[in-house]
Design a protein around this ligand. Structure first.
Ligand SMILES: C[S@@+](CC[C@H](N)C(=O)[O-])C[C@H]1O[C@@H](n2cnc3c(N)ncnc32)[C@H](O)[C@@H]1O
Length: 280
C-alpha cells in the first residue's frame, strides 16, 4: 500500500504557499478567519480590510491549484452595526477579477443549531461553502456523494404524467432538464447543494472547528485516493485528519503554534490508527 502524507506547516499561508510549485493541489478546502469574529482567540482582520488581505492569499491558491482542481471556501459574513457586512460579496466579485470562476455555492445548514435571537435578527444556522475553479472542466466524482432515494420517490413516482416520461427542459432557460421516470427502480439519487450537517459540540481544543463531515463530503466529491488536498487555514487539523482517513495526501498551514501543534497531533494519531488497521 502506498504511503499517505500529511504535512503541517507553521506560518502565514501567504509565505508558505509561495514555496510550492504551481499546479500542485487537487482540492483546496478551508475555513479562514471570518474577518475579526474570533479576534480574542486567533486574531483577525477588520471587515473593511478583509478583501484586500484575502486576495493576496487567494492569488497564491490560484497558482498552486491544478487546472482541473477545486477551491471550496467556507465563510460567512458577520453583522456590523446592525447590518450584514458585504465583505463576502465583494470578495466573490474580486476573486472573479483575479481569475477564479465562481462555479457554485453550497449552503451548510447546521442542523443541530439551537434557537436564539438578537434584537433585530435570528440566530445564524447556515454558512456558505463557495466553490471556485480555474477552468470550466474540473474533476468531480458525483457518484461518490449519492444519497438514498428518500420518501419523495414513493409518492412522486407512483403516477407519472406525459412530461414526466420525457426530458422536460427548464422553463427559465437554466439548461437544467429532467426526466422524472429515470428515477424509477433506483436506490440512490444525487444530493442537492444544501448540506445538512451537525456542528460538532466538542470543540477539539479550537473554538472554530468545522465538522469532519464537511471536508469529508467535498473530498469525496472532488478527489480520488492519493490526490493532494490543501487547507491553508488548518486550525485543529480537521481537513488533514479526514483526508488521511480517506487515503488522500494533504498539506495544512496555520499561523499559530498552538494550532500547528494540535493539527500535527491529530494527523499523527490517524497515522497510528491506520498502522493499527494494517497490523490486524
Ligand atoms: C476558522 S479557523 C479553522 C478551523 C479549522 N477548519 C478546524 O476545523 O479546526 C481559522 C484558522 O486560521 C488560522 N490563521 C489565521 N490567519 C492565518 C494565516 N495568515 N495563515 C495561516 N493560518 C491562519 C487561525 O490561527 C485559525 O486556526
Amino acid at each position: 500500500m502506498k504511503e499517505i502524507r500529511s504535512d503541517i506547516y507553521l506560518g502565514d499561508c501567504l509565505e508558505i504557499l509561495s514555496d510550492f510549485p504551481e499546479n500542485t493541489f487537487d482540492l483546496i478546502i478551508t475555513s479562514p478567519p471570518y474577518a475579526d469574529s474570533r479576534s480574542s482567540t486567533y486574531g483577525g482582520i477588520k471587515p473593511d480590510k478583509y478583501v484586500e488581505w484575502f486576495l493576496l492569499r487567494s492569488q497564491q491558491m490560484l497558482r498552486v491549484l491544478k487546472p482541473d482542481g477545486t477551491f471550496v471556501l467556507n465563510i460567512k459574513e458577520k453583522a456590523v452595526n446592525g447590518e450584514r457586512h458585504t465583505y463576502v460579496i465583494e470578495l466573490i466579485l474580486e476573486m472573479r477579477k483575479q481569475g477564479w470562476l465562481w462555479t457554485e455555492e453550497f449552503i451548510w445548514h447546521k442542523k443541530n443549531c439551537f434557537p436564539g435571537k438578537w434584537p433585530n435578527r435570528f440566530r445564524d444556522a447556515w454558512e456558505r461553502c463557495l466553490q471556485f475553479n480555474k477552468e470550466k472542466k474540473f474533476n468531480m466524482y458525483q457518484e461518490a456523494v449519492m444519497v438514498p432515494m428518500g420518501d419523495w420517490a414513493k409518492t412522486r413516482l407512483k403516477r407519472l404524467s406525459v412530461t414526466d416520461k420525457i426530458r422536460d427542459n427548464s422553463k427559465v432557460g437554466s439548461g437544467f432538464g429532467k426526466n422524472v421516470s429515470n428515477w424509477l427502480n433506483r436506490d440512490k439519487a444525487y444530493p442537492t447543494n444544501v448540506l445538512r450537517l451537525a456542528t460538532e459540540c466538542n470543540n477539539r481544543k479550537h473554538s472554530a472547528v468545522f465538522p469532519e463531515a464537511l471536508p469529508e463530503w467535498f473530498i469525496k466529491l472532488f478527489t480520488k485516493e492519493y490526490d493532494l488536498v490543501l487547507d491553508p487555514f488548518v486550525g485543529s487539523g480537521t481537513t488533514c485528519h479526514v483526508a488521511q482517513q480517506m487515503r488522500r495526501n494533504s498539506v495544512g498551514i496555520d499561523t499559530l503554534r498552538e494550532f500547528y501543534d494540535l493539527a500535527k497531533q491529530n494527523v499523527t494519531q490517524v497515522q497510528f490508527e491506520i498502522f493499527e488497521e494494517w497490523a490486524k
